[in-house]
Write a protein that binds this ligand. Sequence first.
Ligand SMILES: O=C(O)CCC(=O)C(=O)O
Ligand SMILES: [Fe+2]
Length: 222
Amino acid sequence: MAKTKTIPDQDALRRIGETVRARLDADPKAYKVPTDKAEIWAVGEFLTPVECDRMMRMIDAVARPSSLYDQDYDSGFRTSYSGDLEPFDPLVMAVSRRIDDLMGINGICGETLQGQRYAPGQEFKAHNDWFYTDQDYWKSERKRGGQRSWTAMAFLNEVGKGGETQFVEAEIKIAPKPGVLLVWNNALPDGTPNEGTLHAGTPVIEGVKYVLTRWYRTRKWG
Ligand SMILES: O=C(O)CCC(=O)C(=O)O
Ligand SMILES: [Fe+2]
């Protein structure tokens, strides 16, 4: 008999998808982005202007050239600067909890908030946030909470030109607007990683772009 291919964490991804989807659908503040490629919501004024300013200053303090698992800074894949924010800072804790509450995901599954800053010419090329489980890095990520279920990403400032978040498959470009939070399901309703979530931070042309990201795992992170 042919062996059925198993997809790591599929059941958990399906279950988390169901609960978060139901919660966002019931939330009048969450606007569903119209596409059938991926489940994406936007929430306006999720962060106050003061919170955005403080977060940007915190990002400036920790930002270093971004690194990726299998592609390094020099490859030009992710040319922004990024860094993990101090997890026990009161504002970081408050914002993390607010995102957890919006999503209805236990905070222990959330990775530490990561800040990112793009100068003109810098970008994050098209990628999926979910892990490729046939790659070497999966061996350690599997033990550090498993597959990434949902992503939450907040824009912190107005960008002069460029720097949109582009969902390539869905053919959607979202221009940065301070305080707006985007959230999306990295999996399909059946719990398989969704290729339709392929997205990029397009090059900033004028100004500087700041975002913060919280990635959720299927299990306790770390
Ligand atoms: O900066 C953006 O618009 C995209 C960031 C992103 O893809 C990520 O943080 O995973
Ligand atoms: Fe991403």
